[in-house]
Design a protein around this ligand. Structure first.
Ligand code: GRF
Length: 201
């Protein structure tokens, strides 16, 4: 059975593209059935359209309150009956309805080695601290900020002359590979969450 992925995006969508490319090949075990965004006019939505994948947009500003946005986003994603929901650069924190509905099947990627440098500026904060190695973390989303159980991590060296852009780009190259590899293993081999540990056989 081919697993159904819904991918949530807010920007360039290079991680989405990596998943689209991987799932076009035979034997990957998953396909992207829909792409959701919290804004319009982003390259990620153009990537979905070029791939012939349906997309939807739910902007917080179009709702009377955050609760309404949360419910609408939840319904939009649920309509595609995902086996996994992948937040790939999605720029909003999920609401409680969404978290409850997709608990255990919602994964996110963060451009730092959690629990170091959570939040919106992982590469910038790593540079400011002066670490020599940073990286990327795939994790199960919980109600906190970048605080859920770790699924997979990969290290990335920091160069002396890096700025935020060069470091983030080097991280993103590794991130795309980790995303494709880990999502593929999760859908093909299954996974279990045991407390803080995510086990892929
Ligand atoms: C990724 O590095 C993700 O971890 C971060 O934003 C970036 C999104 O990149 N939150 P893209 O839109 O997939 O190219």
């Amino acid at each position: 059975m081919t697993a159904r992925l819904v991918v949530l995006v807010s920007g360039a969508g290079t991680n989405l593209q990596a998943l689209l490319d991987a799932s076009a090949g035979p034997g990957y075990g998953a396909r992207v059935v829909a792409v959701g965004a919290d804004r319009t006019d982003i390259e990620a939505l153009a990537r979905a359209e070029r791939a012939g994948v349906p997309s939807f947009v739910r902007r917080v500003a179009d709702f009377a309150d955050r609760d309404g946005w949360d419910r609408s986003l939840t319904d939009a994603v649920a309509a595609f009956q995902p086996d996994l929901v992948v937040s790939a650069g999605f720029g909003k924190l999920f609401g409680p309805v969404f978290l409850e509905r997709f608990s255990g099947k919602l994964i996110n990627s963060h451009p730092a080695l959690l629990p170091s440098f959570p939040g919106l500026h992982g590469p910038r904060d790593a540079l400011a601290y002066g670490v020599k190695i940073t990286g990327v973390t795939l994790f199960m989303v919980d109600a906190g900020v970048d605080s859920g159980p770790v699924i997979a991590q990969a290290a990335v060296p920091v160069d002396d002359d890096d700025d935020e852009t060069t470091l983030h780009e080097r991280i993103k190259e590794v991130e795309r590979g980790l995303m494709v590899d880990t999502v593929g293993r999760m859908v093909r081999d299954g996974y279990r969450v045991r407390g803080r540990k995510v086990l892929i056989p």
